[in-house]
Ligand binder design. Structure first.
Ligand SMILES: NC(=O)c1ccc[n+]([C@@H]2O[C@H](COP(=O)([O-])OP(=O)(O)OC[C@H]3O[C@@H](n4cnc5c(N)ncnc54)[C@H](OP(=O)(O)O)[C@@H]3O)[C@@H](O)[C@H]2O)c1
Length: 270
């Protein structure tokens, strides 16, 4: 999927010149970084592994006339977010995309508390720190955009991925509220809530992904929704999954999720 020129111009005018994309070395973050590069944004790309980021830098600067700053930072560690902020000082940043994140799965009492806490730091604490810093900066600038990666699992409890779903409920709730608070200041906030996507996510979360979309099917709908909506369910499959459950009471959704996630993590219990 490609962004139409009219969308590229709209995004660049509203949110240029520089965009920060965390999690830009893989999956959804990489797709969003690629689309933004195609729209003419200079990029600050963030992830833990330097060599993967350098490969992204090489590919995007050879295709597009843009500048890229590479920031290898582990946002779960103290100083991780500061490293990003320092790298971006003095640049005209108008867009923040927080896509660094991961999931865990399995029977809750069998999970490691350290692993669950680390995920909380990446998915919530770092996302909060970056959103807080750039919300203030964007309000001062009277312009800006923030895209936060929520998920289909954000809308109800999800047995066998309980803490991951809870981190995404946090992201969804934060984004919905910030969208209202910041809108009068010219700052747009979007929660992007995809269903299963083929990326590095499934392996790290130890989930068997079913009915998944490709990152290339969700990047464009996410960017098109920025400044127009508060939440986007990118991709037809994501919409079908959410809308088909719309009239189902929340307790029953949790039971349905138990079946779905139970299947996706069944291999762990054999
Ligand atoms: N895939 C799905 O099914 C799905 C569905 C809904 C929502 N989401 C959400 O979408 C976001 C992106 O997921 P994805 O599918 O694109 O996964 P992915 O392919 O695994 O990409 C994750 C990205 O985050 C970076 N990252 C991970 N931990 C990090 C850390 N501690 N510090 C800095 N960077 C870190 C990774 O690079 P390094 O490993 O080099 O750090 C990578 O660039 C996540 O928030 C995820 O929860 C995914």
């Amino acid at each position: 999927m490609k962004l139409p020129d009219s969308e590229k111009n709209r995004l660049k005018q509203k949110y240029g010149q520089w965009a920060i994309v965390t999690g830009a070395s893989s999956g959804i973050g990489l797709e969003l970084a690629t689309q933004l590069a195609g729209a003419g944004f200079n990029l600050i790309v963030v992830a833990r592994h330097l060599e993967k980021l350098q490969a992204v830098e090489h590919e995007l600067t050879s295709k597009f006339k843009i500048e890229i700053k590479v920031v290898d930072a582990d946002v779960s560690q103290s100083g991780g977010c500061d490293k990003i902020i320092q790298a971006a000082l003095g640049l005209n940043v108008g867009l923040l995309v927080v896509s660094a994140g991961y999931g865990t799965s399995g029977v809750f009492i069998e999970t490691s508390l350290d692993a669950e806490t680390n995920m909380l730091k990446v998915n919530c604490e770092a996302l909060l720190a970056l959103s807080h810093y750039y919300s203030r900066q964007f309000v001062r600038q009277k312009r800006g955009g923030i895209i936060l990666m929520s998920s289909l699992v954000a809308f109800q409890g999800v047995p066998y991925s309980a803490n991951y779903a809870a981190t995404k409920a946090y992201v969804q709730t934060l984004a919905e509220a910030l969208a209202i608070e910041l809108q009068p200041h010219g700052v747009d906030v979007l929660a992007a809530a995809p269903g299963p996507i083929e990326s590095g996510f499934g392996e790290r979360a130890n989930m068997k992904m079913a009915m998944s979309l490709k990152p290339s099917q969700v990047g464009v709908p996410i960017l098109k929704a920025l400044g127009r909506r508060t939440t986007v369910l990118p991709g037809l499959l994501t919409k079908i999954l959410v809308y088909s459950l719309r009239t189902v009471p929340r307790w029953a959704k949790v039971r349905i999720m138990e079946k779905i996630m139970g299947g996706m993590t069944q291999h762990q219990r054999k």
